[in-house]
Design a protein around this ligand. Structure first.
Ligand code: FAD
Length: 288
């Protein structure tokens, strides 16, 4: 099995302690030589400044290529493009362009009166700047707002046609879910890379809650396995085994790049990467 390319997602820290944790996580995962790392933008646009600070910190203190998530929520077009311009001026060349989740307590996305109405509008405007590699979200399990079973594929095609360079998927639990989606995308004429998003499961109850919210199917066998593992204190061992098997199946099926939702914790991601043959790059000058 050839070792895959990897990338890592982080979220922006909200406290000094969390900043240290993010810094340690970045330090721990950087030697795995990710193609890029990305920093999320809080639901409802709540972490605009914190995302910018975390992106800048990683950009200035490491050699990593860092992608800033940017959403359409609660901002005018001018405000959103000003954020993008700041990134470009700072040398950040990668954006993950999303419609975004609404703020807590609000059910559905409603565009700002002067804002981007959907992801395609945001992508086109970012593309016009000529400054960015643009990645977008994709949904192997049906997105809760998809009108039909094929709507997510059709919409992804629209996003790629609007100028997106690649897609990163929401997490999912079975390789076949990804392969079905990838095949449907190919049939729809999407030839941009689609990177599977992998969630190392730190805490099963939280992962299940998160899956329910974003529409990811939870297989009964997995629920049963984690219930047993939690009872026996083997949750972490199972999490590593399950994610490693999922990733191996994806690689066997031709996937060359895996994107990990690290939740700002390095250990599970490190262990899974190690099992897949993604090992730290050691330079001679570091050991001589
Ligand atoms: P879209 O792909 O634009 O829409 C999702 C689905 O809704 C589409 O597949 C389609 O079925 C339907 N849809 C939406 N608009 C239309 C339309 N105009 N016409 C027809 N169908 C439509 N959220 C955050 O708040 N901050 C983040 O940093 C963040 N990072 C993410 C990273 C990744 C890799 C992923 C997969 C998701 C992330 N999210 C984030 C969550 C995301 O914001 C939500 O899933 C949101 O509900 C959809 O955003 P999107 O850009 O993927 O939506």
């Amino acid at each position: 099995m050839t070792a895959p390319h990897v990338s890592f997602e982080f979220f922006p820290p909200r406290s000094v302690e969390a900043s240290f944790r993010l810094h340690e996580t970045v330090q721990a995962l950087a030697p795995l030589n990710p193609e890029f790392v990305s920093v999320t933008y809080g639901a409802g646009g709540t972490t605009r400044r914190l995302t910018h600070e975390a992106v800048s910190a990683i950009h200035h203190t490491s050699d990593l290529r860092v992608a800033a998530h940017l959403t359409c929520v609660d901002a005018t077009r001018a405000e959103t493009l000003a954020i993008a311009r700041d990134y470009a001026e700072a040398g950040v060349q990668d954006i993950v362009a999303l419609r975004g989740d609404p703020p807590k307590g609000v059910d559905r996305f409603a565009p700002h009166p002067d804002g981007f109405r959907d992801t395609c509008e945001l992508i086109s405007a970012l593309k016009d700047t000529g400054d960015f590699t643009i990645r977008v979200g994709a949904y192997p399990d049906r997105h809760p707002e998809a009108a039909t079973d094929t709507a997510d594929v059709e919409w992804l095609k629209r996003k790629i046609d609007a100028g997106a360079d690649a897609a990163i998927t929401q997490f999912f639990f079975e390789a076949d879910t990804f392969f079905r989606f990838r095949d449907a995308c190919a049939k729809a004429g999407i030839d941009a890379p689609i990177l599977p998003g992998i969630l190392p499961i730190e805490h099963w109850a939280n992962a299940k809650r998160f899956a329910l919210r974003c529409g990811a199917t939870v297989p009964a066998w997995l629920d049963h396995a984690f219930e047993t593992a939690c009872r026996d204190g083997r949750e972490e061992l199972l999490a590593i085994a399950v994610a490693t098997e999922l990733c191996s199946d994806l690689i066997d099926g031709g996937v060359e790049h895996l994107h990990f939702y690290t939740m700002n914790k390095p250990h599970l991601t490190q262990d899974i990467c190690r099992a897949l043959g993604v090992t730290p790059e050691v330079h001679l000058e570091d050991v001589a």
